[in-house]
Design a protein around this ligand. Structure first.
Ligand code: MG
Length: 433
C-alpha cells in the first residue's frame, strides 16, 4: 500500500493533466485479436485485388481500418514464420530457422523465449490461443507453457505428413488444453470450430483486457470448407475456404460491436506466408509462392482495425514485418518491450501519427536447409537474392521482381551481401533436419 502522503502527492501531480483543456485521456490498453491464416496469399482477398473471391467482411475491415501493402513475414514457411511473429526475433535467433516441426518433434520454441502472450501478461491480459501453434508439441513447449491461459485446437498441420503420426491412436486430436476433445480432426470444420471458440473467448473475457491469438488451419493443404460455403466462389473450393475465413472474421468483428468492445479492441488479420505451390492460392501481382523468398512467399495481407484509433480507409505502404508485431503490441498494451528483439515498435505508424514512418530498413529471409537453401536480404526498396548468381530488384519500381539489376548495381549487391552476412553471424546455427 502506498502511504497516504504519497497518494496525495500523486493526485497533485495528476491534477494539471486532468484539468488541461483539450487533452485526450490516455487510451486504455486495447484488447488484441491477432488472426493468422495459414498460407493465405497476397492476392487472395478482394481488398488485395482478387477478382474471383468475395471477401465483404474483410473489405469492410479494410474500409474501417488500415490496409498494409508492404507487410512481410521473415520466412516462407510455417514454423520459422510463426517463431518470428511470436517472439519478435529472427527464427535463426531462436533455433527455428528452417524446417517445419512435425507432430513427433521433441523440440520447439525454447520455453525461455518471451512470446506475445508472455509479453502482454505483465499488463494484466487474459491470453488465449486457438488453432495452429506449430512451435512445439511436447509438455513444456505448448501454448499454455508459453504464456497462454487457454488453448483449443490442432497444434500443427492437418496434412498427410501429420495425420500418419496419429493413426494408431484413432486420428489427429483436437485438444482443449492438454485433453483430447475430439478426433480425428476434420479439415472441413476447422474454421467453424475455431470461430465458435473465438466468439466464446471474447464473450467470456469481455470485462478485462484480453489477447486472442487465432491461428486458422486454412487455407493450408488439405483445405476444405463447411457445406454452406461450398460451391460459392469463382475460384473453386479454395475460394470457398477464403470466403469462410472472411465470414469468420465478420462474425468476430460483429461480436465486438455487439458487446460494445469495438473501440477498445485492435484486430489484426494476416497470414504466416504466401500461397502453396500448385494450389489456386495467388500472390498476384507478386512473384513466387510459399517455399520461395520472392515477395510472393513473404509479403502477405495485413489489415488493422481499431475504430477511433487506427485510421479508417487508409492504405499504408510503410515497410513493416512480422518481427515488429510483438514490440508494437507490447507498447500499445503499456507492457515492457523485451530486450534483444529484431522487431521495432511501429505503433505510431499503425495509429497514423502525423509524420510517423516505419523505422524498419532491412529484412533477412531464409528458406530451407542446405541444398534447397535460398536467402534474401532487403534494404528499403532494394531486395537481393544472395548466391553465386545474385538477383537484385528495386521493389519500389518493380514489386514483381521481374528485372534483375545485379549487374547494373554491383555496389548495392556488395553492400547488401555484406550486411546479410553481418546479421547471419549474430544468429544461432540453423537447426538441421
Ligand atoms: Mg503456413
Amino acid at each position: 500500500m502506498p502511504s497516504f502522503p504519497h497518494v496525495l502527492r500523486g493526485l497533485v501531480l495528476l491534477l494539471p493533466l486532468a484539468l488541461a483543456p483539450g487533452r485526450a485521456a490516455p487510451a486504455a490498453a486495447p484488447n488484441i485479436i491477432l488472426i493468422n491464416c495459414d498460407d493465405l496469399g497476397y492476392g487472395d482477398l478482394a481488398c488485395y485485388g482478387a477478382p474471383d473471391i468475395r471477401t465483404p467482411h474483410l473489405d469492410r475491415m479494410a474500409r474501417e481500418g488500415t490496409r498494409f501493402t508492404d507487410f512481410s513475414v521473415t520466412s516462407p514457411l510455417c514454423t520459422p514464420s510463426r517463431a518470428a511473429l511470436m517472439t519478435g526475433k529472427y527464427p535463426g535467433r531462436v533455433g527455428l530457422a528452417t524446417g517445419v516441426l512435425r507432430p513427433d518433434a521433441k523440440g520447439g520454441l525454447a520455453a525461455a523465449e518471451i512470446t506475445l502472450a508472455e509479453a502482454l501478461k505483465p499488463a494484466g491480459y487474459a491470453t488465449g490461443c486457438i488453432g495452429k501453434w506449430h512451435l512445439g508439441f511436447v509438455p513444456g513447449l505448448r501454448p499454455r507453457d508459453q504464456g497462454f491461459d487457454s488453448y483449443y485446437g490442432v497444434l500443427h498441420n492437418l496434412d498427410r505428413f501429420e495425420t500418419v503420426v496419429f493413426e494408431k491412436e484413432g486420428g489427429m486430436p483436437v485438444l482443449r488444453g492438454d485433453t483430447v476433445e475430439t478426433r480425428p480432426a476434420d479439415p472441413a470444420v476447422m474454421t467453424a470450430l475455431y470461430t465458435t471458440e473465438a466468439l466464446a473467448f471474447i464473450e467470456a473475457h469481455r470485462a478485462r483486457p484480453f489477447f486472442l491469438y487465432l491461428g486458422h488451419a486454412m487455407p493450408h493443404l488439405p483445405f476444405d470448407a463447411t457445406p454452406r460455403f461450398k460451391g460459392r466462389s469463382a475460384r473453386g473450393l479454395y475460394g470457398d475456404v477464403i470466403e469462410e475465413l472472411d465470414d469468420s472474421t465478420g462474425q468476430i468483428l460483429e461480436k465486438l460491436r455487439a458487446l460494445g468492445l469495438a473501440e477498445r479492441t485492435l484486430v489484426l488479420f494476416t497470414s504466416d506466408n504466401g500461397p502453396e505451390r500448385n494450389t489456386p492460392g495467388r500472390a498476384a501481382p507478386l512473384r513466387g509462392t510459399k517455399h520461395t523468398v520472392y515477395e510472393g512467399g513473404l509479403r502477405v495481407p495485413l489489415l488493422a482495425w481499431w475504430p477511433g484509433r487506427v485510421p479508417a480507409g487508409r492504405e499504408c505502404g510503410d515497410f513493416v514485418t512480422a518481427l515488429d508485431v510483438l514490440p508494437t503490441l507490447a507498447r500499445l498494451a503499456d507492457a515492457p518491450i523485451p530486450a534483444g528483439l529484431d522487431g521495432h515498435d511501429v505503433s505510431p505508424v499503425l495509429l497514423g501519427t502525423p509524420g510517423a514512418r516505419s523505422p524498419r530498413t532491412t529484412l533477412y529471409s531464409l528458406y530451407g536447409p542446405n541444398d534447397r537453401r535460398r536467402e534474401a536480404f532487403r534494404e528499403n526498396h532494394w531486395k537481393l537474392h544472395l548466391g553465386s548468381a545474385p538477383e537484385l530488384y528495386d521493389l519500389a519500381a518493380d514489386p514483381a521482381e521481374s528485372t534483375n539489376l545485379a549487374t547494373r548495381h554491383p555496389e548495392v549487391v556488395a553492400r547488401l551481401t555484406a550486411r546479410a552476412r553481418e546479421l547471419v553471424a549474430t544468429l544461432a546455427p540453423a537447426r538441421s533436419e
